[in-house]
Design a binder for this molecule. Sequence first.
Ligand SMILES: Nc1ncnc2c1ncn2[C@@H]1O[C@H](COP(=O)(O)OP(=O)(O)OP(=O)(O)O)[C@@H](O)[C@H]1O
Ligand SMILES: [Mg+2]
Length: 514
Amino acid sequence: MLAKIFSFALSGIEAYPIEIEVDVSRGLPAISLVGMADTAIRESKERVRSAIRNSGFNWPSERITISLAPSDIKKEGASFDLAIALGILSATQQINSQSLRDYYFLGELSLDGALRPTRGILPISIAISKSLPAGQIKNIILASANAKEAAIVSEIYVWPLKTLRETVEFLHNPQMLKPFKLDLRDLFKRNSGYPLDFSEVKGQYLAKRALEVAVSGAHNILMIGPPGSGKTMLAKRIPTIMPDLTLAEALEVTKIHSVMGILPLKDGIMGTRPFRSPHHTSSSVALVGGGSLPQPGEISLSHQGILFLDELPEFHRDCLEAMRQPLEDGFIRIARARKSFIFPASFMLVCAMNPCKCGHFNDLKSSCRCSTTQLHSYRSKISGPLLDRIDIHIEVPAVRYQELSSNLPAETSAQIKERVDKARVIQRERLKDEGILCNALMSHKQVRKFCTLGKEEGELLKMAMTELNFSARAYDKILKVSRTIADLSGSENIKTEHLSEAIQYRSLDRDFFL
Ligand SMILES: Nc1ncnc2c1ncn2[C@@H]1O[C@H](COP(=O)(O)OP(=O)(O)OP(=O)(O)O)[C@@H](O)[C@H]1O
Ligand SMILES: [Mg+2]
């Protein structure tokens, strides 16, 4: 007997339908699987055999052939277990084959027949809702833990089940359950609070101000300071002052996290901006994405949020170089012989580093033990082209005891965010015909157009460029950042105070290490 079952598989961050055929015919007992399956799928034979037996069904002593179509695409994961098991039960007439036609099946089986969650459910439910003509019923059967994520797409019927046995009972008697539904807006709202707040950071007023400016214009930022000065603490709180995630953005973010299997299953949808902090030993594939079946990397997991590179000089140079293009484009294209994959990667880059190897150069509390050669070699580890994409560098000195022990209330994230939101509205309005949303994305031509200076301001910038020995690359960046500072203060023109604040945010250009 032949049985046909439907499921879905992932390719990058998109999903495509899979047709599983199971044929049970006379011959020596054997099981073969065809259709470019990876090890996890090939191992499903063993899981399915135990699950079928332990659920009280019979395992056929015949020849079983399982085919996964389309056969020319590599497939991976354990999510076909349930479909394969039902295919075998249908081909051996232990369940009614008619009942299988209206459903897509997804889930891994444990040896005792329990249904386990799989990754990538959101892109799959989006693909299901798009794949069939409007009005047609779109049913998906999966593990209970995947239900919330699947039900984000309201056009499909989600049937969460616990075991293979329960699935068979349900297929024979679909009236026994009601489809799982959720209130997406309510779930999104409930998940959208942050557990951290800027008011927990004592002192560091200049650093906080620089972060406010950076977030307002979406400028990439580098913090330089001695150990324990609070750089990591500040960075972790940046998402709390970024504009709220829209529902559409949240779906994009959730989709990527779902594909990587790191979506908290109890949440279903990500309501907050991601904050990713990969370790400096990470490989370039882990950072930008890749692999034989390409998967998104850290830059895509930080999409719509923050990518924090702590201890920047310790990162491998080729990893940092690999990030240059996506930083410019907002996405990464990974080409393979048969297909090229595009993963979104529009994030704000936040970096931190010590001022020198021992960490205490320019530190008022401890003296630095590094030689000039060590200082230079430490600095030369930062990739020049990456530095080119960072608009703001600031020094974060050690916080003083009086500030640390003070009980004075500090500004909350909500208060800072209110100003950021206002500055973003001004930028969006100004740049609406340019196809960009914030100042950091302005091209050289757009900087010329939108960052014009008066006579006095022009003189100031000229002086800074010559007297402070700024490099040419600092020029556009100072103009962009002063445009953001002017927007924060609601000023139409860039004034000297905006310009001089922006000039302060070029620590590395001011021969910081010498
Ligand atoms: N301004 C501050 N207000 C309150 N606590 C602070 C502040 N700065 C530092 N701390 C405390 O010091 C700890 C260390 O700070 P953090 O890890 O952010 O330092 P760092 O600059 O990242 O250091 P390193 O260079 O070693 O990575 C924090 O967890 C926090 O408890
Ligand atoms: Mg740190």
